[in-house]
Write a new protein. Structure first.
Length: 75
């Protein structure tokens, strides 16, 4: 899975962790990605979306609609 947001293009960033004694260690900041099913042009598509784009409303989650009698026990 590519660690890149399909909406905004956010990807992992690299830098240094700095200790109290000023030692530098390589580290990575990864985006908070979720696999979201959404409807684009009438077809269902699965996208990797960061939580910022999801909360901002750039993408809407697909809602599964079940029939009215789907959960009722059969007699």
């Amino acid at each position: 899975m590519s660690r890149t947001c399909d909406v905004c293009g956010k990807h992992p960033m690299h830098g240094s962790k700095v200790s109290n004694s000023y030692n530098h260690t390589k580290r990575t900041w990864k985006p908070n990605l979720l696999k979201i099913k959404t409807v684009i042009g009438g077809t269902t598509v699965t996208l990797n979306v960061c939580t910022h784009c999801l909360r901002a409303g750039y993408v809407e989650k697909k809602v599964n609609v079940t029939p009215a009698n789907a959960g009722a026990p059969k007699a």
